[in-house]
Design a protein around this ligand. Sequence first.
Ligand code: HEC
Ligand code: HEC
Length: 331
Amino acid sequence: MVLVAASAASCSRGPASQADPVSVPMVLPLRVPGRPAFDVRHQRRQGIASLSVPALDVRTEARAAVGQRMFFDASLGGDGRIACVRCHHAETAGAGPAQTLADVGHLDVPPLLNLHAYERFGTDGAAKELAVYMGAHLAQLSAGADLAARDLAIDTTHGGRLRLLFATADGEAAVPVSTMASRALAAYVDSLVAPGRVDAFLAGKDDALTDKESHGFDVFFERGCVSCHDGPAFGGRKMATLGLVRPWPGDAPLGEHIPWSPKRSRRVSSLRSVAVTAPYFHEGAIDSLPTAVSLMAEHQLGVTLTPEDRDAIVSFLLALNAPSPASFRAP
Ligand code: HEC
Ligand code: HEC
């Protein structure tokens, strides 16, 4: 417990968290006189909500269905340069090899499952709503393209369905077809939720994880990983400075009070799909999960993990993986 509190303190010392305070779900071992101490693992599990599959209303479901058609349309936008499947591969939870994008540079393509549990989108964490992120992402992917031709191509293939969906929606009938497209794509991506064994474990089913995996869950808490990788997606909610405690390889040493730097401050990745999303980190620089885990402990927490602790964490992280929902394939 002390370790969780200590890492939480180190987390909130970072420059990024001054701009954006890190709130840590504090789980203190309470002791009621005359009763045994609370079951610490039980309390920890209660501190993390299970993933819940959102119940879609009829309108959102219809939008998600059109979003699914667009997602798997390999020629989306006419020349296919914005086609989601070109970069986001369904067989690896939506992740794919790094790509160069206008303005943001060479970035690993992130997974697209469980974004419903995120609070920030994109590795810079700037967008707090998925539909807003999708609008910006479409523009980014179309940089330098003929936008009128792109919209005409979207309109020709998907315009009929989109217009039908948006015609009766208050205030949305007049939005451009590209906005309708980004909203439908956001509805679709938001619907891709993949609960797994860990959710049964969080809900109280002790044997849903093996002994090694549940030990890994404990180490993940005790070492303080959870101070950043929190919430149902084990990430996707906070910003954190890379190299918070020890400078990241290749980075100049971080002073205590350097101004908030968007380059070093990154949205904390979700760990739900790490089993299938190698290579790791926003530039895809690290191929091995055990190495990624040791680097995180070293640079984000100032902790050198024993091989046993590292392996326990890795087996817990691998247990976070779950089959993609049936809708994550071409309709
Ligand atoms: C050229 C490759 C490429 C294409 C095409 C592409 N993406 Fe992406 N996508 C990326 C990269 C790279 C990122 C990470 C960008 C960043 O973090 O700033 C990303 C990020 C995202 C995110 C944010 C995920 C997160 O972790 O917050 C979503 C959502 C997304 N893409 C959906 C889509 C959809 C839907 C399409 C189809 C319209 C699409 N993308 C097309 C490369 C691509
Ligand atoms: C101070 C905050 C912080 C702490 C503590 C922290 N992480 Fe991270 N973690 C991050 C951030 C930020 C990223 C995204 C890095 C990037 O985009 O390059 C990340 C990324 C990762 C990744 C790569 C995910 C991917 O798909 O690329 C793994 C694996 C990981 N962390 C595991 C851990 C483990 C295990 C611990 C505990 C030993 C831990 N982290 C502690 C902030 C933190």
